[in-house]
Design a protein around this ligand. Structure first.
Ligand code: SAM
Ligand code: SF4
Length: 329
């Protein structure tokens, strides 16, 4: 079955956050003291997650990404991943992780057929890692990268580009693609930092990142990307991997957006920049049947904003300031 929104965009991709908690404190995502973590009872239970994913898969969602907070902070995550991997219609199961706790689970991820892992890594410098994430964990993240590569799991590295914090890391991060078959994707910093403060204008936007990369590798060439891709991807001749740029703040890709999100507390978001359109958790807990859930889901999908700017303008709460750990990225 194929699922389309009101702008005729196919919906195939669910990003589901399993916790808001995290063992890092990346400054672009949350304050150093952390967040007021949600009480456990606010989170979707595994049964609720499985029920939702089954329903969404029956409607046409075929790709699922598990994210957080840090997914491995949630107890028994592997049990959930195994169960998700068995749901008919879920053809691809992906994971986004900060890599701190991930390495010991890599063999099992391989076994359950994880389609890819997105590893967040903003610098290769231990001092800057600590300054950005407020924890001294670079070594464990690099161990995870090593293990993922050893197990032949496709890896994308997410690098948020932050003015004054890690722009000197752009070249070393892109340099990883020379010897490793990884895709390093540079992401524009967004205001989802739990504080709301952001630049009046984003200096390091996708154009500047591209110019910067092109200055070092003038023969870097764009590669074709699949439908719904958010990254513009480039090959650098002679490199095993690729580099990508995600205009997450400039929002250049909304016209082909194929994704929906469910937050850790079960809120449906049909755009990253909306403030949640439906509490699926509350509906499930109030006794909604599968048919009733499908009906409200389809109605939400038929009212998606055209793009992230419209979604932001239509928010019925304050401007974007919630932590990305609440949403999942
Ligand atoms: N903890 C896991 C991790 O860091 O990979 C998964 C959750 S994290 C919220 C998902 C992604 O969102 C990460 O790659 C992170 O870099 C990105 N992210 C978080 N806050 C962001 C922001 N303000 N702007 C851009 N990307 C952000
Ligand atoms: Fe944690 Fe990921 Fe947010 Fe960093 S980006 S604080 S690792 S949830």
């Amino acid at each position: 079955m194929a699922l389309y929104d009101n702008h005729n965009r196919p919906l195939t991709y669910l990003r589901l956050s399993v916790t808001d908690r995290c063992n890092l404190r990346c400054f672009y995502c949350m304050p150093p003291e952390g967040l007021n973590w949600l009480p456990k009872s606010y989170l979707l239970t595994f049964e609720e997650i499985i029920r939702l994913v089954r329903l969404l898969a029956s409607l046409g969602i075929s790709k699922v990404r598990i994210t957080g907070g840090e997914p491995f902070v949630r107890a028994d995550l592997m049990k959930l991943l195994y169960r998700l991997s068995e749901i008919p219609g879920v053809n691809e199961l992906h994971l986004t992780t900060n890599g701190v706790l991930t390495a010991p689970y890599v063999p099992e991820l391989k076994k359950l057929g994880i389609a890819s892992v997105n590893l967040s890594l903003d610098t290769l410098d231990a001092g800057r890692f600590k300054a950005i994430a407020h924890r001294d964990e670079l070594k464990r993240v690099l161990n995870t990268l090593d293990s993922l590569l050893q197990h032949g799991i496709p890896v994308k590295i997410n690098t948020v580009v932050m003015e004054g914090k890690n722009t000197e890391d752009i070249y070393p991060m892109a340099g990883l693609t020379r010897n490793y078959p990884v895709s390093v994707r540079f992401i524009e910093e967004m205001p989802f930092n739990g504080r709301g403060s952001h630049y009046a204008m984003l200096t390091w936007n996708y154009k500047k990142i591209r110019e910067h990369l092109q200055a070092a590798w003038p023969d870097m060439k764009p590669l074709p990307t699949g439908p719904g891709a958010t990254a513009t991807v480039f090959e650098i001749p002679g490199h095993k991997g690729s580099v990508g740029i995600i205009a997450a703040f400039s929002r250049t890709f909304c016209g082909t957006c194929n994704r929906i999100r469910v937050t850790a507390q079960g809120m449906l978001k049909t755009c990253l920049y909306d403030n949640g359109v439906l509490s699926l958790r509350d509906l499930m807990r109030s006794g909604y049947s599968d048919e009733q859930l499908v009906s409200v889901l389809l109605s939400a999908f038929s009212q998606r904003p055209r793009n992230g700017f419209d979604a932001e303008a239509n928010r019925n709460t304050a401007p974007v300031r919630e932590s990305m750990a609440m949403i999942g990225g």
